[in-house]
Design a protein around this ligand. Structure first.
Ligand code: UDP
Ligand code: MG
Length: 309
C-alpha cells in the first residue's frame, strides 16, 4: 500500500446536513491532485446521523477514508488532534465540515506548502459570519497581538496546511484545551498566509456559543503567554504605591486639619474598584491554576469509541 502524501483532517459535530455536499465537493478536488491522499473524519460525539453518513463514506472508499468516532464531545481542537495523531501523509490540511472553508482551496494551500512553507494559513476573504463575530475577532486580534507572540492574521480560520514535523510536535505536546493554529505557529519555521474564500454556513448553526468562544480565547491567551499575570503584578504594585500615598495624605490631614467624617461614598468607590481588581486577578490566577490542574491529571484528552480504517 502506498503511503498518502496528503492527510485531510475534518472535525464533525452534528453536521449531517452538510456531509454529503462536503463529500461531493471534496473528493473530486482530492482525486484531481494526482497524489495519494487520506481523509480522516473525527466524529466528535454527534447526536445526529453524522457517524452513519461517515461510515457510508468509509464503505465507499475504505483505503482513502478513515473515521475516528469519539465517545462524547471533546471539542473541535481535540477532534483535529485525534486526526493528527493518525496522520500518515507528509502534509496535513484541516477543514471545517460545514463548507465554510471551500475544499477547492486545497490545491492553493498545497502549492504554498510545496514552495517550502511548513505552515500555510488561509486568511478568509470577506468573512461570512455574524457582524458580532467579526467585530469581536478584530478586538481579539489586538489583545492577542499585545499579549502573545502568536502572529496569526486570521486566528479563527481552520483552513490551514501543516508539515508533518509541525503535526508531530503538536501531538507530542499533548496539551489539553489547546489552540491548534497558535500551537502550530509556535513550531513553524517559515509560515505564510494566503487568501482563501469563505462561505456562509448553509445548514445548521455555529457550534460556538458566546461562552465557548470566550473560553477558547482565554485558553489562547493563557496558553501562549504569562503576560496577564505580569500585568496583574504591575497593576498590584501601582495600586499599592497609590494606597501608601493616600495613607500619608490622610495621616497628615488628621494631624493638621482634623479627622475626616464625610466621604463615605468616595471610600465605597475606592473599595469597589480595589475589589474588582482583586477579583479579576483571582480569576486570572485561576485560569492558570485550571490549566495546571488539567495538565497534571493523567486523564486521556479524548476517548475513542471506534476507528474505521
Ligand atoms: N466542531 C467539532 N466539535 C465541536 C464544535 C465544532 O468537531 O464541539 C466542528 C464542526 O462540526 C465544524 C467545525 O468544528 O466542522 C467548526 O465548527 P463551527 O462551524 O460550529 O464553528 P464556526 O465556523 O462558527 O467558527
Ligand atoms: Mg462554521
Amino acid at each position: 500500500m502506498t503511503m498518502p502524501y496528503l492527510t485531510v483532517v475534518i472535525p464533525v459535530y452534528n453536521e449531517a446536513g452538510n456531509l454529503y455536499k462536503l463529500y461531493d465537493r471534496l473528493m473530486p478536488v482530492l482525486d484531481g491532485l494526482g497524489k495519494p491522499f487520506e481523509v480522516i473524519f473525527t466524529n466528535d460525539g454527534s447526536k445526529d446521523d453524522s457517524f452513519k453518513i461517515l461510515k457510508s463514506f468509509y464503505d465507499q472508499r475504505p483505503t482513502q477514508i478513515r473515521v475516528i468516532d469519539f465517545n462524547g464531545n471533546f471539542g473541535q481542537h481535540m477532534a483535529i488532534m485525534a486526526g493528527f495523531s493518525k496522520m500518515r501523509g507528509e502534509v496535513a490540511i484541516t477543514l471545517d465540515a460545514d463548507l465554510q472553508n471551500p475544499p477547492e482551496e486545497i490545491p492553493n494551500l498545497l502549492a504554498a506548502f510545496e514552495q517550502g512553507h511548513d505552515y500555510v494559513e488561509g486568511v478568509r476573504q470577506n468573512r461570512q459570519d455574524t457582524s458580532f463575530r467579526r467585530y469581536a475577532s478584530r478586538l481579539n486580534n489586538k489583545i492577542r497581538h499585545f499579549l502573545t507572540k502568536v502572529r496569526l492574521e486570521d486566528q479563527g480560520s481552520m483552513l490551514r496546511a501543516y508539515s508533518k514535523r509541525i503535526v508531530e510536535l503538536m501531538v507530542q505536546s499533548n496539551e489539553p484545551s489547546t489552540y491548534i493554529p497558535a500551537l502550530a505557529y509556535s513550531f513553524s519555521i517559515n509560515p505564510i498566509s494566503i487568501p482563501v474564500h469563505h462561505s456562509a454556513r448553509e445548514v445548521g448553526e455555529s457550534k460556538y456559543t458566546l461562552f465557548k468562544l470566550l473560553r477558547l480565547n482565554f485558553d489562547l491567551m493563557t496558553g501562549f503567554s504569562t503576560m496577564p499575570l505580569q500585568i496583574f503584578t504591575m497593576v498590584g504594585m501601582g495600586v499599592s504605591v497609590l494606597s501608601v500615598l493616600l495613607v500619608v495624605v490622610l495621616i497628615l490631614r488628621r494631624i493638621f486639619i482634623g479627622p475626616e467624617v464625610e466621604g463615605v461614598f468616595t471610600l465605597f468607590a475606592i473599595m469597589y474598584l480595589l475589589i474588582g481588581i482583586l477579583l479579576m486577578g483571582l480569576g486570572i490566577v485561576g485560569e492558570y491554576v485550571g490549566r495546571i490542574y488539567q495538565d497534571v491529571r493523567p486523564r486521556p484528552l479524548y476517548v475513542v469509541r471506534e476507528t474505521l480504517e
